[in-house]
Design a protein around this ligand. Structure first.
Ligand SMILES: Cc1cc2nc3c(=O)[nH]c(=O)nc-3n(C[C@H](O)[C@H](O)[C@H](O)COP(=O)(O)OP(=O)(O)OC[C@H]3O[C@@H](n4cnc5c(N)ncnc54)[C@H](O)[C@@H]3O)c2cc1C
Length: 317
């Protein structure tokens, strides 16, 4: 029987041929995000390697299926209605660390925090800031993730990128348009980060690890451990979003299961049973309160993905 005889109209045939049972259907996405909220993906595929990530995207393109990349899901708010099309969870995990030259290559699916520890242990400095950031290297490059005065832009040398035409290219740091929680990938969703190269500096392992311990301690003191997506809003120029939210009296504010952390006002936590709509409504409420108190319109750092009603963050409180 020819392959075409097996194809089904309306089915993602190329994906089925590539993945078989590994193409999962109607998969709840909440457990794949740090907020633990959100509805199902029509289809979910896990990319365990860079090669499989490239193949999955090619198949989705052949099928004409919209696709969304998910790293560790620590900066996204997935709609309760879920995501139409294919969600690709990136779990490619190869790393190469050259302790002599400081050249570090990591697949997009590598955890930033793990890479921070692994490089510190061999006496390479520059990624210590990432120890408390629960994202993947891909997500960290997209967001130019940063903390404690450091960020991805400080040490990234280049990124390996899948372009919309299916070709793979190496883009140098200057071409990544990295800024405060910004990169070219935030504007161009059809480019995919496959991996990144960093150039790290030599430093005593004990010193690197002491820095990591200090950063961990600072986080424990200042941030909640409940399910969240880290900072909800970007800091506006010259001030901290958390400070404005705190001064506007938002700590402890609650809608459904979503609550503004009493420990850090820019962290909105899932206090139990939150829906994505609860979180979005709380974001809208906080935005309105800060705007009416200070005339500053906060911009979300977290990204809403999936099937949302229009303008979910505008609110009407
Ligand atoms: C407790 C906590 C603390 C945090 N602290 C910080 C902090 O200190 N500093 C900070 O900057 N952030 C922080 N964050 C936010 C978050 O961890 C970062 O933004 C992280 O870089 C997101 O990575 P991710 O893999 O989870 O991305 P995801 O949330 O999975 O995805 C984010 C966006 O990037 C896209 N994307 C992901 N991978 C790729 C890829 N390979 N190619 C193309 N697009 C891709 C997704 O489609 C999505 O649009 C925190 C989050 C939590 C939960």
């Amino acid at each position: 029987m020819s392959t075409s005889a097996l194809t089904q109209p309306g089915e993602p045939n190329a994906l089925v041929a590539l993945l078989g049972d590994r193409l999962r259907r109607a998969v709840p996405l909440g457990p794949l995000t740090s907020w633990l909220v959100g509805g199902p993906a029509d289809y979910l595929a896990v990319a365990e390697s860079t090669a499989s990530l490239v193949e999955i995207i090619a198949a989705a393109r052949t099928d004409g299926l919209p696709w969304l990349i998910l790293g560790r899901g620590s900066n996204v708010l997935v709609a309760d209605a879920g995501v139409r099309g294919l969600v690709i969870r990136v779990q490619s995990s190869a790393t190469q660390i050259d302790a002599e030259t400081g050249a570090v290559d990591a697949d997009a699916g590598v955890r930033l925090a793990s890479l921070a520890v692994a490089t510190a242990q061999v006496g390479l400095s520059g990624l210590e800031f990432g120890v408390g950031i629960p994202g993947s290297i891909g997500g960290a490059v997209v967001m130019n993730a940063g903390a404690h005065g450091g960020c991805i832009a400080d040490t990234i040398v280049s990124a390996t990128v899948l372009l919309p035409d299916g070709s793979v290219t190496e883009l140098g740091r200057a071409d990544l348009a990295l800024g405060y929680r910004e990169s070219r990938f935030r504007r161009n969703r059809s480019e995919v980060v496959l991996g990144a190269r960093f150039g790290l500096a030599r430093r005593e392992p004990a010193q690197c690890l002491a820095t990591i311990a200090e950063y961990r301690q600072r986080r424990r003191q200042s941030q909640p451990t409940d399910a969240s997506a880290g900072s909800v809003f970007r800091n506006p120029p010259g001030t901290a979003a958390g400070l404005l939210l705190d001064r506007a009296g938002l700590k402890g504010a609650r809608i459904g299961g979503a609550m503004v952390s009493t420990k850090h006002a820019n962290f909105f936590v899932n206090a139990g049973g939150a829906t994505a709509a609860d979180v979005a409504a709380l974001i809208a409420l906080a935005r309105e309160r800060v705007e009416s108190a200070y005339g500053i319109r906060l911009e979300p750092e977290v990204e809403l993905v999936g099937d949302w009603p229009s303008s979910p963050l505008e609110g009407a409180h």
